[in-house]
Design a protein around this ligand. Structure first.
Ligand code: DTR
Ligand code: ZN
Ligand code: ZN
Length: 317
């Protein structure tokens, strides 16, 4: 679902004013003049995001039922995402590492152009647990980040900052791939990242709308987007340190992200504002074999995918 043009302009204006007034820790998030209008992010077709989920589920089905680190299904997932990005004109690289005696891979895709000293990065872990195909955890984040990258290419977007996208390996083993990447950057490389946006479970079947409460400018960007839709959000605290933003945050990189909930139960108050079922987990199939394409709430996936595009556009001006 896409907010009205006036709603988006309002949200965009709020971000510019907020960043200028608060000197937010991602202070260069707003155009220097304050009068420049932010290029509007395109709508991300949720059907296209779901098509990627169908492919990822097929990959799992053809490879022992999962897409876990070190298994054929993970390699096939990397190959699928990389092929889409190569065809769209991204500069891709596959970073190899070893964990638990098996070879793992991170996929990093750079969109040519923009200031290499001001990198806006978006990422998600592509691996599943061994017990299932991992469609919500975390095909949802991986597919939404992929479709946002493809929307950048389709639109020919050329922002002031450099755009980078990543799909992490071995998150389920302890943030192994993202930690390996952050360490491999070195201090100089980390200093060039003006923000890292993480998306891990964004299509939960009994969804909540949670925004990471780390970098204030990134947080406000997401909150303004949902405010433009009239959707209340809550800050995400359950996942502190539990996903791939943690290595970036620990290295001093501004981080943010979105989350729709895992095995915690939705309260009555949350059901009153978001709908869904109180007393039931946000995702009853968390880390289970039933985490399939049937385990996705399309509205949450749609809203979060559009929020990702909105933030990438807003934060890269
Ligand atoms: N997506 C989960 C990690 C995770 C992130 N936030 C939360 C909150 C509550 C439980 C788990 C998580 C994973 O990859 O396992
Ligand atoms: Zn998980
Ligand atoms: Zn996850």
């Amino acid at each position: 679902m896409k907010p009205s043009a006036s709603g988006r302009a309002l949200a965009a204006g709020a971000v510019v004013v907020a960043a200028l007034l608060t000197g937010g820790s991602m202070a260069d998030a707003a155009p220097a003049s304050g009068t420049a209008t932010a290029a509007a992010a395109p709508d991300i077709p949720v059907a296209d995001v779901k098509a990627h989920l169908t492919q990822l589920q097929s990959i799992a089905a053809a490879n022992g039922g999962n897409r876990a680190h070190g298994r054929p299904g993970y390699q096939a997932s990397i190959d699928y995402v990389k092929a889409k990005l190569d065809a769209a004109g991204f500069t891709t690289s596959v970073q190899q590492f070893t964990s638990s005696g098996r070879t793992g891979y991170n996929l990093v895709a750079d969109w040519p152009g923009g200031d290499p000293n001001r990198v806006v990065m978006s990422g998600s872990h592509l691996d599943s647990v061994t017990s299932g195909p991992g469609i919500n955890d975390n095909g949802s984040g991986s597919a939404a980040v992929l479709e946002t990258a493809l929307a950048v290419a389709r639109s020919g977007y050329q922002p002031a900052k450099h755009l980078r996208f990543a799909w992490w390996g071995a998150e389920e083993l302890g943030l192994v791939g993202s930690r390996y990447y952050v360490n491999s950057l070195g201090a100089a490389g980390r200093a060039k990242i003006s923000g890292y946006l993480n998306f891990d479970m964004i299509g939960s079947p009994n969804p909540g709308y949670f925004v990471y409460d780390d970098d204030p400018t990134i947080e406000k960007t997401f909150k303004d987007y949902f405010a433009g839709l009239g959707i209340p959000t809550e800050i995400e605290t359950e996942g502190d340190g539990r996903s791939d933003h943690a290595p970036f945050k620990n290295a001093g990189v501004p981080v943010g992200g979105l989350f729709s909930g895992a095995d915690y139960r939705k309260t009555a108050a949350q059901a009153a504002k978001w709908g869904g079922t109180a007393g039931q987990a946000f995702d009853r199939c968390y880390h289970s074999s039933c985490d399939t394409t049937a385990n996705i709430d399309e509205t949450a996936l749609n809203r979060n995918s559009d929020a990702i595009a909105y933030a990438v556009w807003q934060l890269s001006q």
